[in-house]
Design a protein around this ligand. Sequence first.
Ligand SMILES: CC(C)(COP(=O)(O)OP(=O)(O)OC[C@H]1O[C@@H](n2cnc3c(N)ncnc32)[C@H](O)[C@@H]1OP(=O)(O)O)[C@@H](O)C(=O)NCCC(=O)NCCS
Length: 182
Amino acid sequence: MRGVVCEGERLGLRDVTEADVAALHAVYGDPAATQHAPFEPRSRQEVARLVEEAMEAAAAEPRRLYVLAVIDAARRDVIGVARLRIEPDLPHSAEIGFGLHRDQWGRGIGTDLVRLLLSFGFKQLGLHRIWGARSPANLPAQLAMLTAGMVEEGRIRHHLHTPHGWRDSIVHSALEDEWTER
Ligand SMILES: CC(C)(COP(=O)(O)OP(=O)(O)OC[C@H]1O[C@@H](n2cnc3c(N)ncnc32)[C@H](O)[C@@H]1OP(=O)(O)O)[C@@H](O)C(=O)NCCC(=O)NCCS
């Protein structure tokens, strides 16, 4: 799919462009927003490269990677970033990741964002399985995914190597035939 447009009540999703580098850096460059991530806060230059790669990936055939700007539906500004990656050799299955600007946290927007990503993946992309991996310590991500209907599947031990050492992940998933839009 090209030119993603996905609108929810409070949020929208669209493909990232070069104009979004600063807004994405506000997530990827923030030590609080990346505290559970397997990387150090990114520099603006690293985020610019990431956006470039995302735009290249958006033109690939078949398309596997969706790096999407999260838009406030009323104000139309970028308040976060979402990522959906279809797995190699598993075209029915995708992994999601997401992050919001720190000033947006704690108002239910993260939960809405997970709901919108599931809706996008199941309805627009026709996926069967969508999963996300979080740090065992990431309570807001846990609650957002659970409330949006992603069940906990289990633990991947030493899933990721982070600047602080090996990190386990807790995997959540939703299946198209179980999912109901909430
Ligand atoms: C994860 C994230 C998107 C959640 O966004 P959010 O808008 O704060 O989420 P919500 O407001 O929908 O809150 C989800 C739940 O977490 C709870 N919560 C939010 N912040 C919390 C905190 N600091 N401590 C405890 N609970 C918290 C909320 O009360 C809510 O619980 P409920 O469903 O029982 O009401 C946001 O914290 C974020 O961007 N974090 C950095 C990136 C990240 O960790 N991404 C996830 C990778 S898997």
